[in-house]
Design a binder for this molecule. Structure first.
Ligand code: CO
Ligand code: CO
Ligand code: CO
Length: 348
């Protein structure tokens, strides 16, 4: 390969264009299909959660998930780290411990040097080592568009599964990473972000949700998910639908990148933000005081975002302290579970 600097994000086809698959499309594809029935399948497709859970014994269940995507940063090692942290996150969001992983690679062998793939996989391995996960194999195909990710298997006690669907009145909601990575990575691609911010966001996306998950273990956590492509409000809507309660979000408490709000004001917003608003906007009531930029931030698709945790009110402050003690510095209480309005999200 030549010496030209290769910007991985510039190799992504259709970046900046409207997404071809919109939220809800998968539900339509699966609707009416004859899905397997098995009494040991504790969490499966019919109640789509962060990961599937399959019971092995009364003490042990498998947590299984897969995630892969095209690069959102230019540095191959960082992309590998982010893709791995993102894939591992769904196991943490279920309250599980990841154990094994397999690489999933789509690589344009004609246009990119194989050393780039080596760097990506090395980045992924660094996160697997940190997580105590062993790589057991993988699969690589030639593809015009680069993509990387992992299929991950973890362990969990069948009685300690944290699904999205167990909000209880009075619970407080905690968020463990700042919002705005979709807007900021869009700005990085457009050349607006400086190196300091690029490094800060890259580090946050590459940070495992392991410490956050370990901190949760000691507290009365009722529900958990991780914030990814549907954005904060999209994933919160998944928790609220059919939960029998509502949610009040305190937008002033939301950890975020302040630059993301400036760029949102300029209209520098990924297509996914609009898709997320179209898909879940009907669940949300915004107070007049909530600016359009904040609304965009709350619908912004996240890459390897933080955990969104519903915890008993009495445990909320102690959990925030435990998160901070484990280095999850921006953890904050961002809302509460309320009786009314039933099945809705109010943002104030
Ligand atoms: Co997830
Ligand atoms: Co996922
Ligand atoms: Co969960």
């Amino acid at each position: 390969m030549n010496d030209a600097i290769i910007r991985l994000t510039q190799t992504v086809k259709g970046s900046g264009c409207a997404a071809k698959l919109a939220p809800g499309d998968l539900d339509r594809a699966l609707c009416g299909l004859d899905l397997p029935v098995d009494p040991n399948l504790l969490v499966g497709l019919e109640r789509a959660d962060d990961a599937g859970v399959y019971k092995i014994s009364d003490e042990l269940a498998l947590v299984q998930t897969v995630d892969f995507f095209p690069p959102m940063v230019d540095e191959p090692f960082s992309f590998g780290q982010i893709a791995a942290a993102n894939a591992l996150s769904d196991v943490y969001a279920m309250g599980g411990t990841p154990r094994t992983a397999m690489n999933i690679v789509a690589f344009p062998g004609r246009t990119l040097d194989i050393s780039i793939l080596r760097d990506i996989i090395e980045g992924g391995l660094s996160k697997m080592r940190e997580a105590g996960v062993v790589l057991v194999g993988g699969h690589t195909i030639d593809d015009p568009e680069l993509k990387y990710g992992l299929s991950v298997t973890g362990f969990i006690h069948p009685a300690r599964i944290l699904t999205k669907k167990n909000l209880q009145f009075g619970d407080l909601l905690l968020l463990t990473k700042p919002l705005g990575t979709g807007i900021v990575t869009t700005a990085i691609k457009a050349g607006f972000a400086d190196k300091e911010l690029t490094d800060r966001v890259t580090l946050a996306m590459a940070t495992l949700n392991m410490a956050a998950a370990e901190a949760m273990a000691g507290f009365a956590v009722h529900a958990c998910t991780d914030i990814t492509g549907f954005g904060f409000l999209g994933h919160l809507a998944e928790m609220v639908v059919d939960s029998g309660c509502g949610v009040l979000v305190k937008s002033r408490e939301i950890p975020h990148y302040s630059e993301a709000l400036q760029w949102a004001d300029m209209g520098l917003i990924p297509a996914g933000t609009y898709n997320n608003r179209n898909f879940r906007g009907a669940f949300v009531d915004f107070a007049d005081s909530v600016s359009m930029a904040i609304q965009d931030l709350l619908f912004d698709p996240q890459t390897s975002g933080g955990l969104l945790i519903a915890v008993a009110a009495a445990d909320a402050e102690p959990l925030v302290a435990a998160l901070k003690a484990r280095g999850v510095g921006c953890a904050a209480i961002v809302g509460e579970v309320v009786a009314k309005p039933f099945g809705r999200i109010v943002v104030e």
